[in-house]
Design a protein around this ligand. Structure first.
Ligand SMILES: C[S@@+](CC[C@H](N)C(=O)[O-])C[C@H]1O[C@@H](n2cnc3c(N)ncnc32)[C@H](O)[C@@H]1O
Length: 270
């Protein structure tokens, strides 16, 4: 059901193409993606991405190239990259505190359900901490984001093996978190985590800006937090702007985060 709705949503504004001189494999991958989303596959025919998108009257294209799959819209390109996750993991290796991990109180061997996976940076850092004996599952309702990030998590060649393994271990589901939470048994995960799109965007992170057109902008529902509290064995954590009214609306009244940082982590203990 969800897939049908999403495909209808993308049909009007998406097509798949390749880089200018694609290999046979790239054309096959692009054709398969087009079929999956039920959107057109278009040969590049030597055209620029801007011209191709304008000819099709769509805001952006999924582009399969030799190194990656990306979504290109105007000047913006969205693709998977470990970004800040690498720096945060390096920080952890040097004994630095990661505020998200502190808020989650996440330990090796524990399980985390990331209900708003996005680019997967938080999920990868959590996967590094929970390790091979733990489990991290990422939920993402935007099909384009879910497909690009899952592909990136499974294929990105990181020079550091433990970081690459942290990516490979994250399991991705393209689903709305409320539906997934509804189907889980009580206490299925140690921690349930939310990092929704900010109600008032900060426009600072280029990668989040590039994915803004694709992301689900809906606020988290109170009912979702109730379901998350049933599923979490230890705690539910939400990242938002410091002092965001969202914390109060959703029942968060304990906070973790650097004193002067722009974001805070709300915690509800079980
Ligand atoms: C701010 S981003 C998350 C960034 C992520 N924590 C990271 O480290 O890259 C929020 C993501 O949650 C997704 N999202 C919003 N509502 C959702 C829902 N109901 N179910 C699943 N995903 C949702 C959006 O599409 C977006 O990709």
């Amino acid at each position: 059901m969800i897939d049908t709705i999403l495909q209808a949503h993308y049909r009007e504004k998406l097509a798949v193409t390749t880089s200018l001189r694609p290999t046979r494999e790239q054309v096959i991958t692009a054709t398969e993606l087009a079929r999956k989303f039920n959107v057109p596959f278009k040969d590049r025919d030597g055209l620029s991405l801007k011209t191709l998108a304008s000819n099709l009257n769509i805001p952006g294209l999924l582009v399969v190239s030799s190194l990656k799959i990306s979504y290109v819209s105007g000047q913006q390109e969205f693709f998977f990259h470990p970004g800040l996750a690498r720096l945060r993991i390096k920080g952890l290796k040097y004994g630095k505190t990661d505020q998200m991990i502190r808020a989650m109180s996440l330990k090796e061997g524990e399980t985390l359900l990331d209900c708003t996976m996005g680019l997967g940076s938080d999920a990868v850092v959590a996967s590094y901490v929970s390790g091979g004996t733990g489990k991290v599952v990422g939920l993402e309702s935007s099909t384009v984001i879910a497909v690009l990030v899952e592909h990136g998590l499974q294929t990105y060649c990181d020079p550091e093996n433990d970081i690459a393994m942290s990516m490979r271990r994250v399991k991705v589901f393209n689903i709305d978190h409320i539906n997934y939470l509804s189907g889980l048994d009580a206490g299925s995960y140690d921690i349930v985590y939310f990092d929704p799109m900010f109600r008032y965007p900060r426009h600072k992170s280029p990668s989040i800006n590039a994915m803004r057109n694709l992301a689900n902008p809906e606020p988290v529902k109170r009912e979702t937090i109730e379901k998350a509290l049933r599923v979490a064995r230890k705690r539910v954590v939400m990242k938002e702007r410091r002092n965001s009214p969202e914390f109060k609306r959703l029942g968060f009244n304990e906070f973790v985060g650097g004193k002067y940082g722009p974001v805070a982590y709300g915690v509800i203990e079980r």
